[in-house]
Ligand binder design. Structure first.
Ligand code: CTP
Length: 164
């Protein structure tokens, strides 16, 4: 593909994501993406765009963008503010490859006239949503429930000891 970037002697890879509570799945994806080209541009979803998607991140856009920028292999972070910006970003950054996890399989095929579109396998067993679900278990309401259960168990053990 003869993109501006390739004419300039490099292959630019582009991806997008929220990258909330940065985890090993995010790291593995970025490692693979950076190996696919010479330059990696990452669009990080803004808090406003996440609200449009019905998502709310624990970590703010500014902090998520700073974390992703600091990861080895990431050359540029841009804000992802809408679904429609992808075509313009591909042109603006001379992108050769658009790549994203396969939870998005088929969703960005419309970019194929502009660049190669690749869906990469996700790392199994980890997601920001799952981490948030686990963290919710530790919120004060659940801690009270756990305390109640422990008290009931302690009482049962006392009765059992009295009976034996
Ligand atoms: N990703 C991955 N492996 C995972 C989790 C995410 O390869 N275990 C990839 C996604 O496919 C996407 C990028 O990382 O290309 C950013 O995904 P994001 O939605 O921010 O992360 P998730 O952990 O999937 O968050 P959520 O559970 O909120 O969807």
């Amino acid at each position: 593909m003869d993109t501006t970037e390739e004419r300039a002697g490099g292959r630019t890879v582009l991806t997008y994501g929220t990258f909330d509570l940065f985890h090993i799945g995010h790291l593995r994806l970025i490692e693979r993406l950076s190996q696919m080209g010479d330059r990696l541009v990452v669009g990080v979803s803004t808090d406003e765009f996440n609200a449009q998607k019905g998502k709310k991140s624990v970590v703010s856009y500014e902090d998520r963008a700073a974390i992703v920028s600091a990861i080895k292999g990431v050359d540029l972070v841009v804000p992802e503010e809408s679904w429609e910006q992808k075509e313009a970003d591909v042109r603006k950054h001379g992108v050769s490859v658009f790549a994203i996890g396969d939870d998005w399989r088929g969703k960005f095929d419309h970019l194929e006239p502009l660049c190669e579109v690749v869906y990469l396998p996700r790392t199994q067993g980890v997601s920001s949503t799952e981490i948030k679900r686990l963290l919710r278990v530790l919120d004060p309401a659940h801690l009270d429930e756990i305390q109640d259960a422990v008290n009931i168990l302690a009482n049962l053990l006392t009765h059992y000891r009295d009976l034996t």
